[in-house]
Write a protein that binds this ligand. Structure first.
Ligand SMILES: Cc1cc2nc3c(=O)[nH]c(=O)nc-3n(C[C@H](O)[C@H](O)[C@H](O)COP(=O)(O)O)c2cc1C
Length: 176
């Protein structure tokens, strides 16, 4: 395989959920690159029904009570990913609102880029959204989809085997 391509796949395979972080801030230029990946993400009908709140420093101290994992409290930064359903594309046939799908795509792309930047991330869904909205003054019609904690990982990210279903169980060729 071509070297660049090999490196690309390796980077993807290095990603894992990181729950312990070094006491080291994320550089501003790195953060800006990652935020631009969020901005450039694809979304249904290009509706971009999203908002992302960068929380660090004193603001993160206020948010920390929502985490039950010690490492998440220690993470230098987190991004609260929010959906704005009223701005999203809705599929006519079944009225499915794509806001959460769009937010998830943007965040997933950013997580890939964060891995390439040498950062560790963890998607945190097990939070109490009402509390998060209150702490961060998020309007009532906005959904908190996830909090992505981020920082330099305590342990180096390596390509490792994953506890995953085999392809034969999840891929269907031609029909179910
Ligand atoms: C939608 C979603 C929600 C998750 N929520 C949490 C969470 O609340 N707390 C946590 O520690 N990990 C959470 N994770 C991380 C998963 O546990 C993790 O992705 C999974 O175990 C696979 O491990 P890996 O990410 O290291 O490959 C979440 C992941 C996803 C995609």
């Amino acid at each position: 395989m071509e070297k660049d391509l090999q490196r690309f796949y390796e980077l993807y395979m290095r990603r894992k959920s990181v729950r312990r972080f070094l006491d080291k801030d994320i550089e501003e230029d790195k953060l800006e690159r990652l935020l631009n990946i969020l901005r450039r993400a694809q979304s249904a009908a290009n509706c971009q029904p999203w908002h992302f709140i960068v929380v660090r420093g004193e603001d993160k101290e206020r948010l920390n009570p929502v985490f039950t994992t010690r490492g998440f409290v220690d993470a230098p930064l987190c991004i609260v990913a929010c959906a704005e359903p009223s701005k999203a594309w809705v599929r006519k046939a079944d009225r499915v609102n794509y806001a959460w799908v769009d937010v998830t795509i943007a965040v997933t792309e950013m997580i890939g880029a964060a891995t390439a930047e040498g950062l560790g991330t963890c998607w945190v869904a097990a939070i109490e959204p009402t509390g998060v909205k209150e702490i961060l003054s998020i309007p009532a019609d906005i959904d908190v989809v996830a909090i992505i904690v981020m920082g330099y990982p305590e342990e180096e990210l390596k390509v490792e085997e994953k506890d995953r279903k085999p392809l034969t169980e999840i891929i269907h060729w031609g029909r179910w």
